[in-house]
Design a protein around this ligand. Sequence first.
Ligand SMILES: [Fe+2]
Ligand SMILES: [Fe+2]
Length: 310
Amino acid sequence: MYSNITTDVELTRNVLTTLGKSWDQRVAVRKERLDLGQHYDASIPDFPAALVPFWEDEDFVGLSPEIKSRLLATAWIAYNEKAIYLEEAIVQPACGILFRGELPGVGGARIKQVVAQIQVDEQFHILMCLDICHVARLRHGLLDYVFPEPELGVRLKELVRSSSSADNARVAQLAYASVAEMSINAYLDAVAFDMTIQPLHRINTDMHRKDEAAHGIGFSEIVGSVYRRMSADQQKSFRHYVAQALHDFTTPDLGYWASILEHLDIPRRDDILRRQESSTRGMVLKRDYTTLRRLFDELGIKDDIAFNFQ
Ligand SMILES: [Fe+2]
Ligand SMILES: [Fe+2]
């Protein structure tokens, strides 16, 4: 089931060999753990203020520095919870499907090895994010803040539940994981390169970012091999679900900001959120589609996917 080898693989580049061989020297899980108890300067924000969409809102801007600093700490926890969610609910299930060979194109020894390496990496990222959240929760007295399920995850669950077959559900899971793995770097870059926040937070996110840069390349090769070996029906479903996933990943989701404002009991939060909703309605979030676009170009399907990549 797991380690038998077939030749159903259709690779176009040789990158999986490089990724597989360099894993021991390259990945976060093989490096020394960060000291999470290292010096913490309370005057430095936990999370970039520039990423809080309502930072300049008329009802937010005059709040005390203490409340703002607490909001940034909660935002840091939410940011990492979202990363955990993407790993645990979106990417890991798809990796399991690939690893068990439940879709075609993944029977080669090299692909199996890289999929298993990605599974290890993702599980370690979950641990990294969990530990760093716990430190922030203890430090700021935020043990009971609950992160809500992201809209895109709710949509994927609906698609899986309503899909016409188990096979179709697997294709949906792969489509959402493909978009996650080939565009997550924009999410991580925004924090990994920010010099205004706690150095530990930046470094932690940067370690994750480096692993994900390799995953994007690896996933592109693996998904390409799967797609080329899919039946015409599976390919059609994949194109449909990828368009859906791209739509969901680029639609602003105010759910987690609402949960933060609610948890901290920020006054006039309903007005703040209402203004946010009206200013982001119909907005398409910018993402880096370079890897996705290149893969879809190679597969000759970019124009068949109902999404504007510009
Ligand atoms: Fe990850
Ligand atoms: Fe990843």
